[in-house]
Design a protein around this ligand. Structure first.
Ligand code: ATP
Length: 498
């Protein structure tokens, strides 16, 4: 049993946390930790199916309900120091009598000097009744550190009598970050059965298995994409910045050992349809890591504390799949209503705080790409340096960028030819965004097909430009508002000057 788990549990007991909720699937590991902490303590266990059990031997001693169990054992703390260990009782935590009994135990523990009884609830599902919120502490078993992962791999290779180079072990250990001991052993077994050895290629297997965990949870969405940096026209400053960070991700282990700070992420703010989502995808492709999307709306739950618990699990999951890009699209909408009045807003404010703290403290390899249009109502602390490595502003494309974007979309559809004078299109497309330009290309190609033409001409494109209402005409006010907000903050332009 890892020392840190035992130490943290012991410190909770010392600090009189009366009810400790442990969210974990492997009860054996938790029992070991409780046994370590409670060497001289009377441990009594309740199992939802079997009633009262002997904690050491697990043999059933008395069939009873949780309510009966608590009535039977709640005064034990007056005689001996007692641990009450309750397993899989989350459904019972909706019963008012059970809540009242747990509250009584917690209050005795806090206010009666001659009483000592701590309650441990073990379950994979967290249900925290409002009445017990102040008495319950949620405890997460810490995930293995890099050194602990190295020990797990080395133990495994020794058991299997296979030899693996130190550099490979270091490399693979990083890919295992975010998984628990049980999951790491499971994947090592799979890799060994697959090829009879452990090598660098197993990183792909680790990634696939991690994706499985994410899919099962339903908390995050894995995005499949084909876009690369070459699909982005312009945004040269942003691309240069990403190329530099890609060098770190390509050699993560070496970079960390060298003392390089792990990149935290970027915030991309700007005009609609100018390549923000495209950049999120291109980042994952450039860093050669998976792209997962955090949809805050999906995390909102009906019960008290449910949304926060979902956020905690989603962030933990993103760590499990790391290194990865965690994309929070339209972040200003995700956290809309922060600081406002009312129940829904309270939850959003708490979720936002949770996200900020996680970002501030994170030392993992989750690279955040947050994208936003209108940040006028975003709390300023979010934009403060130190949260993100950099803030970029994506403006409407300049002339040269418009030319590049048109070329990219023509080439993508195999309709680019050297007779097209894209320079002639620059003046006519002033105020168009990337999505408008893509629409011009699509429209032109469709027309050409219908009219039975083989090649696209500059004239065809100019005609489509005339028929297209650009974003600058349809969303004039919105664009002005974005420009005015941006002028007040310290932010880098994503594009180079024309
Ligand atoms: P929104 O704020 O509306 O979500 P966005 O900035 O995320 O917009 P994208 O989804 O990245 O915009 O772009 C929309 C479409 O426009 C993309 O499918 C892409 O093909 C095209 N596009 C936008 N900007 C560029 C660009 N710089 N280079 C190439 N294509 C672009």
């Amino acid at each position: 049993m890892k020392r840190s788990t035992v130490d943290i549990l012991a410190s909770y007991i010392d600090a009189l946390h009366p009810i400790i909720y442990i969210n974990h699937f492997d009860f054996r590991i938790i029992d070991e930790a409780i046994a370590c902490v409670g060497k001289d303590v009377t441990c009594v266990e309740f199992n939802n199916a079997l009633g009262l059990l002997d904690f050491k031997t697990k043999s059933p001693m008395k069939e009873c309900s949780l309510e009966q169990f608590l009535k039977l054992t709640m005064d034990d703390g007056f005689e001996n120091e007692t641990f009450l260990i309750l397993k899989d009782v989350h459904e019972e935590l909706k019963n008012p009598k059970v809540i009242a009994l747990l509250k009584r135990i917690a209050e005795n523990n806090l206010y009666k000097d001659n009483y000592s009884s701590a309650v441990f609830i073990q379950s994979e599902i967290t249900v925290i009744p409002r009445e017990l919120e102040n008495y319950i502490t949620v405890f997460d078993i810490p995930l293995p550190t890099t050194n602990e992962i190295l020990d797990i791999i080395n133990d495994f290779t020794a058991d299997m009598k296979i030899s693996v180079e130190d550099e490979t072990v270091d490399d693979i250990a990083l890919s295992f970050k975010g998984l628990n001991e049980f999951q790491i052993r499971q994947i090592l077994n799979l890799a060994y059965q697959d090829g009879g050895c452990i090598d660098r290629d197993d990183k792909l297997l680790i990634l696939k298995e991690k994706e499985q965990f994410i899919r099962k949870s339903g908390m995050l969405e894995i995005i499949n994409f084909t876009e690369t940096v070459d699909d982005i026209g312009g945004l040269e400053n942003l691309k240069e910045w990403l190329y530099r960070k890609a060098k770190i991700f390509a050699n993560l282990d070496k970079a960390i050992k060298f003392g390089v700070d792990i990149p935290k992420g970027i915030m991309i703010i700007g005009m609609p349809g100018c390549g923000k989502s495209l950049t999120a995808k291109a980042t994952a492709s450039l860093f050669q890591i998976p792209l997962v999307r955090l949809d805050v709306g999906r995390l909102l739950g009906k019960y008290v504390g449910e949304s926060e618990e979902n956020m905690r699990r989603a962030l933990q999951l993103s760590e499990a799949i790391s290194p990865c890009v965690l994309w929070v699209d339209e972040i200003e909408k995700a956290f809309a209503g922060i600081g406002g009045e009312g129940g829904g807003n309270d939850v959003t404010t708490r979720l936002f705080g949770q996200f900020l703290t996680w970002m501030q403290e994170k030392e993992n390899t989750v690279f955040i790409v947050a994208t936003a249009n209108d940040i006028s109502r975003m709390p300023p602390e979010f934009l403060r340096k130190g949260r993100f490595d950099e803030l970029f502003f994506v403006d409407l494309p300049n002339g040269e960028e418009r030319r590049k974007i048109l070329d990219i979309h023509l080439k993508k559809r195999n309709k680019w030819n050297k007779c097209i004078d894209s320079i002639a299109l620059i003046d006519e497309t002033e105020g168009f965004n990337g999505a408008d330009l893509e629409a011009v290309v699509k429209e032109t190609i469709e027309k050409a097909f219908i009219e039975g033409e083989v090649h696209i001409t500059t004239e065809n494109l100019l005609n489509s430009v005339k028929d297209t209402k650009s974003i600058s005409s349809t969303l004039k006010d919105k664009i002005e508002a974005i420009k005015s907000t941006i002028s007040k903050i310290d932010i880098k332009p994503a594009s180079k000057k024309n």
